[in-house]
Design a protein around this ligand. Structure first.
Ligand SMILES: NC(=O)c1ccc[n+]([C@@H]2O[C@H](COP(=O)([O-])OP(=O)(O)OC[C@H]3O[C@@H](n4cnc5c(N)ncnc54)[C@H](O)[C@@H]3O)[C@@H](O)[C@H]2O)c1
Length: 344
């Protein structure tokens, strides 16, 4: 059993990862500012297994940039899964200072304090967006990142901090997920598959802008499965390494068709509009398949089917609410003058 700190553990991925780690028998602590919603924590407490999990769970509410809170969160931990971030390209562009502080500066401090606290394993969530838009046919880990946004630039720089910190006593690994899709109690609808699925269900129309651009995706079930594996993977297989993680490089029009076929009983239409954005992204995840022997456990189709069930149950009555869209939420914060407080 590992004693794990999950930073950002009540975000979209974390809200599914935390119960997964608890179900694997680990002791889990979350450090989170709970920027968007408390939904992940509420769902955890409502889980039928909570009475059994409660004694192996703790929460530190606080800011990753606050050394005192970070020390408190790291005390007694042997593993860190670092998820907390200003997450996604457009959200990161709203305030460069905030994005740099959270996605880069704080990672350096977290690594230093983790070593000081005796942490042995550090798993960092980077992003496949560090590659930017590329023309090479094979986008693998040997290519240099060419980030296009503040989000991807500071993610790329944080990878460098993580690799620099790795050593015989400190196993450190970067994961570059594709866009994650699927259900989470802290639901995001600003991610392609989730948004198109919600639109298909409520409007019976999927609007695709352009459609010929490829967008790599990975299922939530795979995402949390991988983090669980990395907690126990042999050090020599992961230490000082960076792994792409995404197995479906479909064109957006083909993602729309997958959703349409999964919801075939609903007669969903696909409308294609013009777009000025022709950026085409794809990644190769051969390294994680070959070197780590990772076997995918999910697919866009399966994640859409799960999300459909949840949406039809009425769990998210206001799909347009800003809590489901990182950029919209940050814009509300900026317009209310809150970002000046956050980025100081
Ligand atoms: N979701 C995706 O498609 C995707 C794809 C690639 C990489 N990633 C990366 O995976 C990680 C998790 O993504 P996600 O979708 O769950 O993001 P998210 O935005 O849903 O969650 C981020 C969490 O971090 C917390 N947080 C933000 N700033 C903080 C701070 N200063 N101190 C403490 N907590 C803070 C937020 O409250 C939130 O709970 C992120 O690092 C993201 O960049 C996500």
């Amino acid at each position: 059993m590992s004693k794990i700190l999950v930073t950002g553990g009540f975000g979209y991925v974390g809200s599914r990862l935390v119960p997964h780690l608890l179900s694997l028998g680990h002791d889990v602590r979350v450090l989170d500012l709970m920027l968007y919603t408390e939904a992940g924590f509420e769902a955890l407490k409502a889980d039928p297994k909570w009475p059994e999990w409660e004694k192996r769970f703790s929460l530190v509410r606080g800011d990753l940039r606050d050394a005192g809170k970070v020390r408190e969160a790291l005390a007694g931990r042997d593993t860190v899964i670092h998820l907390a971030a200003i997450s996604n390209d457009p959200t990161g562009d709203i305030d460069e200072v905030l994005t740099r502080q959270v996605n880069f500066d704080a990672v350096g401090m977290l690594l230093a304090l983790a070593k000081e606290a005796g942490v042995k394993r550090f798993i960092n969530a980077s992003s496949s967006s560090v590659f930017g838009a590329r023309t090479e046919s094979e986008i693998n880990e040997r290519l240099e990142p060419e980030p296009l946004t503040y989000y991807s630039k500071y993610k790329a720089l944080s990878e460098w901090l993580v690799l620099s910190a790795s050593g015989p006593e400190f196993c450190a690994v970067n994961v570059r997920p594709a866009t994650v899709c699927g259900y989470s109690p802290r639901q995001r609808f600003d991610l392609t598959v989730n948004k198109l699925t919600a639109d298909a269900l409520r409007k019976k129309v999927i609007t695709v802008h352009g459609g010929q651009q490829r967008r790599p995706n990975v299922g939530m079930t795979d995402m949390i499965n991988l983090y669980g594996i990395l907690v126990v993977a042999p050090v020599e297989k992961i230490n000082g390494r960076t792994f792409n993680f995404g197995f479906e490089n479909h064109k957006v029009i083909d993602i729309a068709k997958i959703i349409q076929s999964e919801l075939s009983d609903l007669s969903v239409k696909i409308e294609v509009t013009d777009t000025a954005d022709h950026r085409d992204y794809h990644i190769s995840s051969d390294r994680i398949l070959n070197d780590l022997g990772y076997k995918p456990v999910s697919s866009i189709k399966q994640e859409v089917a799960h999300l459909r069930k949840v949406l039809e149950s009425g769990q998210f009555p206001d799909i347009d609410a800003s809590e489901h869209y990182n950029m919209k939420f940050m814009e509300v914060g900026r317009d209310a003058g809150c970002l000046a407080y956050l980025a100081r």
